[in-house]
Design a binder for this molecule. Sequence first.
Ligand code: SF4
Length: 98
Amino acid sequence: MPPSLQVYEERGARILSKSLWQTKCFKCIWANIANVEIQWDFDRDIKKYRFETFCYGPKSCKYYKMGRARTVPYKNRDSALDDGYLDELCTEGRDEDE
Ligand code: SF4
């Protein structure tokens, strides 16, 4: 059985390569795909959504790969690049093997 959503939330996630999610990680309870919200237009509060893959598993997992950095589009602005810089912050509450 997979853990509860609360457990996932407490653990925090790292960006996971989509090709790994589709292959080696597919049966892992820590592999997830989520519909991520992007604040596309700040002036009119318009959001966009897209599916992204994440790993909630141990940071020491030998399979882990982040994959390519993800572009985050904004209307009338340059896109940002999500290169996983928040992953360390999101998972700071646990050690490498947790
Ligand atoms: S813990 Fe390892 S096998 Fe599981 S989703 Fe993360 S990288 Fe994949």
